[in-house]
Design a protein around this ligand. Structure first.
Ligand code: ADP
Ligand code: MG
Length: 352
């Protein structure tokens, strides 16, 4: 039935992660009226009842690609696996309700290790008020694989998509950026030190926030509620899993708009600034390309400026323009440079 006529071999890296998804899924047509949003956003949106819509999203974490067991305690891994999924639910302006958890495990893992993993999942489920309603368990030849699907609800018509930003909207981000990536660099460095000298005791006091953002990230459950309390309806929204520039480009490409992002407005924690100085890294590059921040990036109408401007959770980092103006970073020196995506990609040296 499935005769394989295709004998040419194209390397996946030629397409990149998003090119590959587009390539593989371009022929899928929506058949059901209940599919309000299919592939292409943080989560799919499905018709549910007369008041609500359902959102569904799934993520896959693979040992050695997304996590390293030498510095990722299993409890944290379980917690993080839940959080990265919930972040996509909140990015739709929805409330997370249920998850399913599927694992592939090799016999390298004793039951006690999996108990720890599930302790983390349990803690996250409690904190984010979600039910664990199913999953699947299989054996794996080598490492650990975790796939979580999250389900949420949103009032009918209130889901916020990536493709609805409009010219002159303001670009806003929650929290601060770049810390999780630097946390990973610190952990990698300590791992190397430990390999050479197992007696060494790392002094991580200067990096506590960075390491916490890498090992125990939180999803911004509070933001949809906060925006609703402020009576602000975002015009578009996405979560920052792959780095600010990659996510801005998603919003701009899908909304068919341009954008000016102001370098001096990008929110950075003091530990990010000092660690970048120490490591001679450019903090803007880290914020733009680091990834794993799990903050929300959204656009609002210009008239909502007074409701957003003084809120400590938000930074207004730019504004949407006409498509013809392109997607640009306005540097501290007032130079305009086109923004390019250097986010995480599973198919080069980084992870997705
Ligand atoms: P996110 O980073 O928010 O998790 P992704 O970039 O992974 O989103 O995915 C973008 C979109 O492509 C989503 O709608 C996702 O469901 C869809 N997608 C990703 N991989 C596949 C796949 N293998 N088959 C079908 N859809 C996919
Ligand atoms: Mg997302």
């Amino acid at each position: 039935m499935f005769e394989n006529k295709n004998t040419s071999k194209t390397n996946i890296s030629e397409l990149g992660e998003f090119g590959l998804i587009d390539h593989l899924t371009k022929n899928f047509k929506i058949k059901h009226e209940s599919t309000i949003k299919g592939i292409g956003d943080d989560a799919a949106v499905l018709a549910c009842n007369s008041d609500e819509e359902l959102v569904v999203t799934t993520d896959l974490l693979i040992e050695g690609v997304h996590f390293d067991m030498s510095y990722m305690p299993l409890k944290h891994l379980g917690y993080k696996a839940v959080v990265v999924n919930l972040s996509d639910v909140y990015a739709m302006n929805a409330e997370a309700k249920q998850i399913t958890v599927s694992i592939g495990v090799s016999n390298r893992f004793p039951v006690e290790a999996l108990e720890e993993l599930y302790e983390g999942i349990h803690t996250a489920a409690k904190y984010y008020n979600i039910d664990v309603v199913g999953g699947d368990t299989t054996s794996s030849r080598t490492g650990l694989v975790i796939s979580i699907t999250a389900i949420g609800t949103v009032l009918k018509g209130k889901a916020v998509y990536r493709d609805t930003a409009k010219d002159t909207d303001l670009l806003v981000v929650s929290g601060d950026l770049g810390a999780a990536y630097l946390g990973l660099q610190i952990l990698e460095r300590e791992k190397k030190v430990f390999e050479v000298n197992p007696q060494s005791q790392p002094d991580l006091d200067a990096y506590t926030y960075l390491i916490e953002r890498q090992l125990k990230p939180e999803a911004r459950k509070d933001i949809p509620k906060l925006l609703s309390d402020l009576k602000v309806m975002p015009t578009a929204m996405i979560d920052i899993s792959d780095g600010l520039s990659s996510e801005i480009l998603h919003i701009c490409k899908q909304s068919k708009v341009g954008c000016n992002l102001y370098e001096d407005k990008i929110p950075l924690d003091q530990q990010v600034i000092s660690t970048c100085e120490e490591f001679k890294l450019d903090s803007t590059t880290i914020a733009l390309s680091g990834g794993e921040d799990y903050e929300l990036l959204f656009t609002v109408k210009m008239e909502d400026f007074p409701k957003i401007k003084a809120n400590p959770h938000f930074s207004i980092i730019g504004h949407i323009t006409d498509k013809d103006e392109g997607v640009n970073l306005i540097t501290r020196g007032n130079e305009k440079i086109p923004l390019i995506a250097r986010g995480w990609s599973s198919f080069d040296e980084k992870t997705s």
